[in-house]
Design a protein around this ligand. Structure first.
Ligand code: GLU
Ligand code: MG
Length: 485
């Protein structure tokens, strides 16, 4: 569920990242980054920070880092930290390649709230002095620079990162950490939230300390599931925060001997983990998606630009979902069937409309679009790049999204859905990669590498993942087929 307009819609103060204004799309090399570097040095010395993480992510959004003593901050900021890229996951490196160098973005300095003598820098990867086109953060920065250069637009984004708190049983299985959290309808359950106050308030306070402004925490729709909201900001800052948030929540849970997971669908009978993106495009400090609902013939408080963006999202959803819902497990979340609580709250159809959680794109308030395809396994940099490209294509081609849909899509009969021309999202990762392969818009946005388009590399990795899962013989298959014939 999303509390008061989930995803946040007041500008974040961003005090925890040292200077959010510098982490924007207008972030240019030179004076500004020099000022950000000076500011980072000042914070590091004033706050007594002893160690710095130089952190980057691979295709899967997995954070990797080196820990550098703070007295080496000057070397770190100018020369970066070196990595054997092939060991770091899917980031386009081979064993014989020269080192990857992670260069900190000084504006991304984030002090670990639970260990304030340590801070992390989000980094962009370079190889032999050149930007590395397989670095997801670099891919997003390029996309943001293009949106600025071509349209004079600055995208902003909020994220709703749902997660489960679990524990490992002695027999190796998994269970909800709070053994009393067993209601069929646990959403917003005050007693469950109270039992978990110690943990969730630790996270909430940490988020506020980071300057991201936690404004709500709730027990979500599944047993053991929570959501903790923070304000929206520039897309790059939000993606850096999403990576840090997952790392932080998992770390704090591990310190208690628990497991926090953002995996899309850990339990078949419960709602999954969404990571809804709330998107808007800004021009000269004004939200270019917003207009007075009274002046919007469709009444949603969206501008023409926003409707075109929606149309672009609809046109490319089948393809970009391979990036926003990028795992085999993702597609087990994107179904209509009722889990224990009665609804999955996840989309299965390509649609938009109103403050209606059965739609793929929800309009929770004037001036922003919530994309509900996105799940907790996404690489936020790549997902935001793909979404932005899809939406901008709608603007480029002045597409019309049609009228918003007000139906309960979970109950719309199949024939009516077809009659209304509402299309299905891909049912699995393989189908999604097939759609992605054909989509020139997302292809172009993800950029080129030394081996061809990044999207082909992404598809290759994802098909391997699909194949590995497909090779499993599950208990369900044995139960169903062993003696059926
Ligand atoms: N957990 C749901 C999902 O997987 C979303 C619930 C909500 O609307 O917050 O997308
Ligand atoms: Mg939610």
């Amino acid at each position: 569920m999303a509390p008061t307009g989930g995803g946040g819609y007041c500008p974040g103060t961003g005090a925890g990242d040292i200077h959010p204004d510098m982490a924007t799309t207008e972030h240019v090399e030179g004076t500004q980054s020099q000022a950000a570097a000076d500011h980072a040095r000042k914070i590091v010395s004033e706050r007594g920070i002893e160690f710095l993480f130089a952190q980057f992510v691979d295709m899967h959004g997995k954070p990797s880092a080196k820990l550098v003593p703070a007295h080496h901050i000057d070397d770190l900021l100018t020369e970066g930290a070196g990595f054997a890229g092939f060991a770091a996951g899917d980031i386009g490196q081979r064993p014989h390649d020269p080192d990857m160098i992670a260069i900190p973005d000084p504006a991304s300095l984030t002090i670990l709230p639970w260990q304030p003598n340590v801070a992390r820098f989000a980094c962009d990867v370079t190889v032999e002095g050149e930007p590395w086109p397989y670095c997801p953060r670099t891919i997003l920065r390029n996309a943001l620079a293009r949106a600025q250069a071509t349209y004079g637009l600055q995208p902003k984004m909020g994220v709703e990162l749902e997660y489960f708190v679990l524990r490992r049983r002695e027999d190796g299985g998994l269970e909800v950490a709070d053994e009393r959290d067993t209601l069929d309808l646990p959403c917003y359950d005050m007693r469950a939230l109270t039992r978990n106050l110690d943990f969730v308030s630790q996270v909430a306070k940490a988020v506020t300390e980071l300057g991201w402004d936690n404004y709500a925490t709730d027990h979500e729709d599944a047993n053991g599931q929570f959501e903790q909201n923070f304000q929206y900001d520039d897309v790059l800052a939000t993606c850096d925060r999403a990576v840090f948030f997952r790392y932080m929540v998992e770390t704090l849970a591990q310190q208690r001997g628990l497991i926090a997971t953002f995996m899309p669908k850990p339990f078949a009978h419960l709602t999954g983990n969404g990571c809804h993106f709330h998107f808007s495009l800004w021009r000269d400090g004004e939200n270019a998606f917003e207009r007075d609902p009274g002046e919007d013939p469709r009444g949603l408080g969206l501008s023409e630009l926003a409707y075109q963006f929606i149309a672009g999202l609809k046109a490319h959803a089948k393809a970009y979902i391979a990036v926003t819902a990028p795992t085999v497990n993702s597609y087990k979340r994107l179904v209509v069937g009722a889990p224990a609580s009665g609804a999955t709250w996840a989309p299965a159809y390509i649609s938009y409309g109103y403050n209606n959680r059965t739609q793929m794109l929800r309009i929770p308030a004037p001036g922003r679009i919530e994309d509900r395809t996105v799940d907790g396994s996404c690489n936020p940099y790549l997902a935001a790049t793909a979404m932005l490209a899809a939406g901008l294509d709608g603007i480029e081609r002045r597409l019309d999204p049609g009228d918003p849909n007000s139906a309960n899509l979970y109950e719309l009969p199949e024939e009516m859905r077809e009659a209304q021309g509402i299309e299905l999202l891909p049912a699995n990762l393989l189908d999604a990669t097939r759609e992605l392969e054909r989509c020139s818009v997302v292809r172009e946005a993800l950029g080129k590498t030394r081996d061809g388009d990044y999207v082909d590399y992404f598809i290759k990795v994802k098909r391997r993942e699909w194949q590995a899962a497909h090779e499993q013989i599950t208990q369900w298959e044995l139960d169903r087929y062993l003696q059926l014939f």
